[in-house]
Design a protein around this ligand. Sequence first.
Ligand SMILES: [Zn+2]
Length: 149
Amino acid sequence: MTAVCTKCGGLHGQYDRVCPACGALPSGDGLLVAWLLSSENLSDEAMARVSDRIRSGEVIQPSERQLRQARVALGSHLSSDPGMTFGQRVGLLLTSLFLTPLVGWALWVGWRRSRPRAALEALALSLPASVMFFLLIPIAGYTWNLFAS
Ligand SMILES: [Zn+2]
């Protein structure tokens, strides 16, 4: 396999390894771009052209469709999605606990395809809160009513 480094445009052996020329290691969506620019998808000629474009300072930005194609082909949805940031997780947890756990479910629906890892995290974070919200609160209400009447 040959791959074009998405950072320096140098050619090297593996799209998912450190570039020997500049030390860049693609991750996240960058991994998808790196794969799109490898011999898996491009002819030697096309790779040489892309390499020239990167060397001249151009940032290669594949279309959403190409990125989706890469995600499917790599079959490693989870490993190419960095997931939620720490701030997002804390924010979601607090929102789930104090406002509504539905936010987590909404994020899961929204992210399912494009950001599978983040979607799973959103679901995992809001599940315990959902259980509390939909189970414990009605039980607490019911119990309260028993004693109050
Ligand atoms: Zn490089």
